[in-house]
Write a protein that binds this ligand. Structure first.
Ligand code: G1P
Length: 292
């Protein structure tokens, strides 16, 4: 089966970026000139996703507006002859890609957010992308790498990367027979363990391809780590029914849920931005000299 639907859980409160996220969704924070959510959506669309399902809350309307047309802005750009910008705002979503929005009424965790999208996904495998995790996969995006693997073995697949032992408490951690295999069958998965209980140093990053069986399991998953319904806990149950694989993807992931990761992403993306790269590099060179 092909993966054509993707869930974007965007109902998180973004407390780590307050006050910036008091009135603006954290997913709308820009990295250079595009909001984080647009990077995730572009990654999904380029990998063949045609149905985007956003799990939002009442303070995330800006996300709906961003992916809708804006008549006033477009006619203004047209009248002023700013055709490049017009193309830019019109083509955020290509033809044939549709969006659905569903509200998660209270913050009950990632597992609960994914479950909210059940009625849109129905009985198909689907992707989940967390916009906080900005991934530069180079030629082949992280989700494309995952879809390539999924098309071969048709099992649920989770993106993982090596993380330091000191950071296991920030991630879902997988148990695999070998930490060196790029694709490995998962034997267990645990949400945010202490380093002493972590089964490996492979942390889950925000890209998943899941079979629809996960929904029934989520319906029967009680609150776990942080008092929330965890996707990780339902995946642990899925292991009893189906194979689930972990993919150590190729590419660089920026944790834009943290201030440091967000700044790193901003720097890296500015350095490869077609308008900025040259001048920004020169600025950085001078800046680094001042630091020394
Ligand atoms: C979520 C998942 C966690 C995963 C992480 C990746 O946690 O629950 O398993 O490792 O995303 O970013 P959160 O960062 O939302 O607390």
């Amino acid at each position: 089966m092909k993966v054509t639907k993707a869930i974007f859980p965007v109902a998180g409160l973004g407390t780590r970026f307050l006050p910036a996220t008091k009135a603006n969704p954290k997913e709308m924070m820009p990295v250079v000139d595009k909001p984080l959510i647009q990077y995730a959506v572009e990654e999904a669309v380029a990998a063949g996703i045609t149905e985007l399902i956003f799990v939002t809350n009442s303070s995330k309307r800006a996300i709906e507006d961003h992916f809708d047309s804006n008549y006033e802005l477009e006619s203004n750009l047209f009248e002023r002859g700013k055709y490049d910008l017009l193309e830019n705002v019109r083509n955020i979503l290509p033809e044939g890609v549709s969006c659905a929005y569903i509200r998660q009424r209270s913050p009950q965790g990632l597992g609960h957010a994914v479950l909210c999208a059940k009625q849109f996904v129905k009985n198909e495998p689907f992707a989940v992308l967390l916009a906080d995790d900005l991934i530069d996969g180079g030629q082949t995006s992280c989700l494309q790498q995952m879809i390539d693997v999924f098309e071969l073995n048709q099992t649920s697949l989770i993106a993982v990367q090596k993380i330091p032992s000191s950071e296991t408490k920030k991630y879902g951690i997988v148990d695999v027979p070998s930490e060196t295999d790029p694709v490995a069958k998962i034997q267990g998965i645990v949400e945010k363990p202490d380093a002493s209980n972590a089964p490996s140093n492979l942390g889950v990053v925000g890209r998943y391809i899941l079979t629809p069986q996960i929904f029934t399991l989520l319906e029967n998953t009680s609150k776990g780590s942080g008092g929330e319904i965890q996707l990780t806990d339902a995946i642990q149950k899925l292991l009893n029914l189906e194979s689930v694989h972990a993919l150590q993807f190729k590419g660089k992931r920026y944790d834009c849920g943290s201030k440091l990761g967000y700044l790193e992403a901003t720097l890296a993306y500015a350095l490869k931005h077609h308008e900025l790269a040259h001048d920004f590099k020169n600025f950085l060179r001078e800046f680094v000299v001042c630091l020394e």
